[in-house]
Design a protein around this ligand. Structure first.
Ligand code: R7I
Ligand code: MG
Ligand code: MG
Length: 305
């Protein structure tokens, strides 16, 4: 693939995360019937994008994955006004109190770790940097998830989201089949909960299901297994347009910023930067910096070779 196309796809995925997040932010937690109109776009992003920035910064600064560096980057960037779930800030506090950085996340939720979607929502940079190295992608997605989300279903959500971004980078829109895409994700995933949900997603696609059915089968919740397959579906069912995919994602309500961010990351990687409405990118907070991080991830990727 030529460099300029890759650059556009990397930028599309990073900006797509921010745009989907910002679009969903005002309607996070709303019932779907309250999101019939597209929400107003003011460009303000939430924890989803803040942590995605952290993942990208750490990968770029280190030249690859370093867990301690990444969690410290999350802590350095942490802004309590960005609407974090309770898990990550609790991990940050434990570490500040002297807990080991590599085990603190396991203390959460009665010692099982979180299965929230907080690791999946920030996985795009991992999918980009390792787009053609599936084993390395899985390893880094798992380890970067474990920093805050230790439950196997929280971890696997991040793996699937990263792999979806990777597949979208590799895909040429002129020869795309959403069923193959879902099948490939299913065969990559190692948790039956996700395999089942991805098969459901394929059925919903065949049925041309309405929103109610999509929400009742796949979910729109903050749990990784009730939002990652949903985001993947939002992309697969609306692959022809970035705008359609993210508008559909946030229209499901519930964890709208996160489903928007994840669908935006996949769709942006698929279409590239130029297919994201200019007005959205113009208004997105720190858009230039986010695009710069995408460029640096690509630079790192090409240096590896
Ligand atoms: O996953 P996390 O970072 O939250 C991300 C969400 C996104 O929607 C962001 O936009 C932001 O709004 O927050 O935060 P966590 O606290 O780790 O997980 C989110 C929630 O999932 C928790 O607060 C719990 O309600 C639920 N949850 C669990 N419930 C029971 N048992 C996560 N893990 C468990 C569990 O093991
Ligand atoms: Mg958020
Ligand atoms: Mg959210």
């Amino acid at each position: 693939m030529d460099r300029s196309l890759l650059r556009s796809k990397f930028r599309g995925s990073m900006l797509g995360t921010g745009v989907g997040d910002a679009l969903g932010r005002p309607v996070e937690g709303c019932a779907p019937r309250l999101v019939e109109e597209p929400p107003e776009f003011d460009g303000r992003y939430t924890d989803d994008t803040e942590m995605t920035i952290g993942v990208a910064e750490s990968l770029v600064e280190v030249g690859g994955f370093d867990g301690e560096h990444m969690i410290k980057t999350f802590m350095r960037n942490y802004d309590p006004k960005r609407g974090y779930g309770p898990g990550p800030p609790a991990v940050f506090r434990l570490i500040e109190l002297g807990e080991r950085w590599d085990t603190a996340s396991m203390i959460l939720f009665g010692g099982r770790g979180s299965f929230g979607n907080g690791a999946a929502m920030r996985a795009a940079p991992v999918g980009l940097l390792y787009f053609d190295e599936p084993e390395e992608l899985r390893r880094v997605a798992e380890r970067s998830s474990l920093l805050t989300h230790a439950h196997p279903l929280g971890v696997e959500g991040a793996v699937i989201q990263a792999y979806a971004v990777a597949l979208a980078v590799k895909t040429n829109p002129s020869s795309f089949d959403p069923r193959d895409f879902l099948e490939e994700l299913e065969s990559f995933s190692r948790e039956e909960v996700y395999r089942e949900a991805l098969r459901d997603a394929a059925r919903l696609l065949n049925e041309k299901a309405d929103k109610k059915k999509v929400i009742s089968r796949l979910g729109n919740g903050v749990e990784a297994f009730r939002s990652v397959p949903t985001a993947v579906y939002c992309f697969a069912a609306n692959a022809e347009s970035f705008e359609k995919a993210v508008l559909y994602a946030v229209s499901l309500g519930g964890d709208a910023d996160t489903i928007g961010a994840m669908a935006g990351a996949i769709s942006g990687a698929y279409h590239g930067e130029d297919k994201i409405p200019v007005e959205w990118v113009k208004r997105l907070e720190k858009a230039e910096y986010i695009a710069l991080l995408a460029d640096k991830l690509l630079e790192l990727k090409l240096k590896e070779k």
